[in-house]
Design a protein around this ligand. Structure first.
Ligand code: AMP
Ligand code: MG
Length: 704
């Protein structure tokens, strides 16, 4: 069997056309690829869903992606049923029999009870279908189950018993019911099956089919759905989201037996994909799952290029790195600075109801011109204390900022603009209908995307989430970054430094940069130029952190043990980037943990961290790609630059002009401290004269 690239899960409905606002009991479609679920699609009607799915199948096939499409209703009936209806045991013959008879109208009204009644009539005695919306309709369908023998066909299929499904295919009404969904779903599947490339599991050979339709049941991931459905989230949406995610996370080795080790009964009755594997699916549906490992070549630069341009290197990082952190749910109070693991949707509109933007008087606005006098109704409307009555036409009511508009009010006049004696108000138009009011949802509408996945939560984001009723969010665990300094010459500040020794300046800088970026810095100390010690420190770092950041020993010299060690492990990528300051970087995976081996020189270490390591680590932490935002300012300096590499100068802004540090010496740590940002000079040749525009990027834009 070939692997599936995309998983689609449909939560079907037998009901009437659903409201425009996303709601439960409509049709929800969940899509996941590579274990990541997309935002579920909401469909108001079966026709809309069928068109969407057909279009989706076409697009996926055109893109060369194989689709496993799960539907949450039985694909077959208990053994013996099909023969009684069509004279054949072939379930697909039954599909076509039902598809020919079901009428499904635009508004969702349909004849499913008529068709069920016709099927019951084909049985001797009471047929198997029961349950209906009213006791006195459809005489051929009993209202209750009592008295139905289920001898010729049993009430449940073999897979229903294995999966512990609570409802029978023959139950047409009263929750939990699936009987109606089958009748209103099979005709859609019958039509989808007519598309080239679509096969039905387990009735047809699905080993290679571009699209496989399969029966599935959200009950299989119920504990995960329960955990995810907090604060009024729409359950059906969570079901398709989590189930699609779980199925797409199944390895082929797990999926193949689920699709092929089936009892004989499945040939006619169909089978629930994953039945009997609930624990595994719940585990895969959950957030706690470890993200997929990085690819071994994630740091490989194009071969044969001597010095890779900065933008090319960044573009590679951008396409290859994926989040390595797990997910946890946090209350908003703990979420500042954390990365959203999933998109967040508004649970409630903001504002939730139309309300007033000012203190004043509310009334029904129409054509308000010239002088007006309106009697006041008793009472008032205030924020949080709504006026429960109706304001009659031609009357006004006292209303205070933030108060919901009472019935009969759509316009508010500022209190400064009226005269009042307590009984009535007098004012002069013109005043537009709706003046001084805020419409419900004019800021954010319920169901709208409030914030996308990958967003680093800011104080304002917390305000937005609170306003739209979100109290808990799924965020990434903090990225843990281990920091190691290497070099025989290093001693700890405060210790005695002999001749030839220097104090370790990089470690405090890098540790605090990691903290500023919102990561958890793990201090692994200093390591002498000793390969064995460095190796064991790297092992410990890989154990304790998600990323390892080292400085020193990254080039290819005798004492460059960092690069030697990575080379030994077969994981070394030498990054020769056309950038100044910067010597070669040593990148690689140490036991699966990404390593950024920075040059020891503090200026290069800082610049390389800002330019390369930070955006890369942002991706690893679950953030979106982030390019630092700079702006053009007149230069306060003169500089000639040769072509072929990009340069970053330590800089600051004074009186609207960009100054650069007096020396470009790469050992000058005082210049780093002096600077408030970097001037970025593009890869080409340039002669900058005072007053010419240069690009200044403040340290704040780098997240410092
Ligand atoms: P390396 O990349 O190991 O060849 O080091 C380049 C330069 O940076 C040498 O002059 C080192 O002494 C210096 N250096 C290396 N690590 C540090 C550190 N942690 N703090 C300050 N200087 C360092
Ligand atoms: Mg060194």
């Amino acid at each position: 069997m070939r692997r599936f690239d995309t998983v689609l899960i449909a939560d079907w409905s037998a009901g009437k056309r659903a409201p425009a606002k996303p709601s439960k009991d409509a049709i929800w479609l969940g899509v996941a690829r590579e274990g990541v679920a997309y935002d579920p699609v909401y469909c108001r009607s079966r026709a809309e869903a069928e068109a969407w799915i057909a279009g989706f199948f076409r697009e996926e096939m055109a893109a060369g992606r194989r689709v496993l499409a799960g539907f949450d209703f039985p694909f077959g009936y208990p053994s013996g049923f099909a023969r009684r209806i069509t004279g054949s045991d072939d379930p697909l013959t039954l599909w076509s029999w039902i598809a020919e008879r079901i009428e499904d109208r635009e508004d969702g009204s349909n004849n499913r009870y008529d068709v069920a009644q016709a099927m019951n009539a084909l049985f001797d005695g009471l047929g198997p279908f029961w349950g209906k919306p009213k006791e006195d309709g459809w005489p051929g369908i009993p209202y209750r189950k009592s008295g139905i023998a289920y001898e010729e066909v049993s009430e449940r299929r073999a897979c229903d018993l294995v999966a512990g499904a609570s409802s029978s295919c023959f139950q047409l009404a009263f929750p939990p019911t699936v009987g109606g969904q089958i009748l209103m779903g099979l005709p859609t599947l019958w039509r989808l099956r007519q598309m080239d490339g679509v096969a039905v599991w387990p009735f047809e050979d699905c080993a290679d089919a571009p699209v496989a339709l399969a029966e599935i049941w959200p009950g299989l991931v119920e504990p995960a759905v329960k955990a995810a459905t907090v604060d009024g989230a729409i359950r059906d949406r969570e079901q398709v989201r989590l189930l699609s995610r779980a199925v797409s996370r199944l390895s082929l080795d797990e999926l193949v037996p689920m699709m092929t080790d089936l009892p004989d009964a499945a040939r006619e009755e169909a089978w629930i994909l994953g039945a009997g594997h609930k624990d595994r699916l719940v585990e895969l549906a959950g957030d706690a799952l470890a993200p997929p490992p990085l690819r071994n070549d994630c740091f490989a630069l194009p071969a044969g290029v001597d010095w890779t341009p900065v933008d090319d290197a960044l573009a590679l990082l951008r396409t290859r790195l994926t989040p390595v952190t797990g997910v946890e749910k946090l209350g908003l109070g703990d979420a500042l600075g954390r990365v959203l693991a999933e998109p967040v949707h508004a649970r409630r509109s903001n504002p939730p109801q139309p309300n007033t933007a000012v203190d004043g008087y509310g009334f029904a606005g129409g054509k308000v011109e010239g002088a007006h006098r309106l009697p006041l109704v008793k009472g008032r409307a205030a924020a949080g204390v709504p006026f429960e009555g109706i304001v009659p036409e031609g009357h006004a009511i006292r209303i205070l900022t933030g108060a919901a508009l009472p019935e009969g009010v759509d316009t508010v006049i500022l209190e400064e603009d009226v005269a009042t004696d307590g009984q009535a108000i007098a004012f002069r138009g013109p005043l537009k209908q709706g003046a001084n009011t805020r419409k419900a949802g004019e800021d954010v509408r319920e169901g709208d995307l409030a914030l996308p996945a990958g967003r680093v939560l800011t104080p304002a984001d917390l305000a937005l989430l609170s306003a739209v009723g979100v109290a808990k969010v799924a965020v990434r665990k903090r990225l843990r970054v281990a920091v190691i300094s290497t070099g025989d010459e290093l001693v700890e500040p405060g210790q005695d430094a002999g001749p030839g020794q220097i104090f370790d300046a990089n470690r405090p800088m890098l540790l605090s940069m990691m903290a500023r970026f919102g990561f958890e810095a793990v201090d692994m100390g200093r390591v002498a130029d000793d390969r064995a010690v460095l190796r064991s420190t790297m092992d410990a770092a890989a154990d304790r952190a998600d990323v390892i950041l080292t400085s020193g020993g990254a080039s290819a010299g005798d004492e460059d043990h960092m690069s030697a060690l990575l080379r030994e492990a077969g994981a070394m990528q030498e990054w020769r980037i056309a950038v100044k300051p910067g010597r070669p970087l040593a990148l690689g995976l140490w036991d699966g943990t990404p390593v950024f081996g920075l040059p020891g020189n503090p200026v290069a270490a800082m610049v390389c961290t800002l330019v390369f390591a930070r955006p890369a680590m942002a991706l690893l932490s679950g953030q979106d790609w982030s390019a630092p935002q700079g702006f053009d300012l007149p230069a306060a300096f003169e500089k000639r630059k040769k072509p072929g590499r990009r340069e970053y100068l330590r800089a600051r802004v004074r009186e609207g002009r960009a100054e650069v540090f007096k020396s470009e010496g790469s050992g000058r740590i005082s210049g780093l401290s002096w600077a408030e940002g970097l001037v970025e000079i593009g890869d080409g040749a340039r002669h900058i004269r005072p007053g010419d525009p240069v690009r200044f990027i403040p340290f704040g834009s780098f997240g410092l």
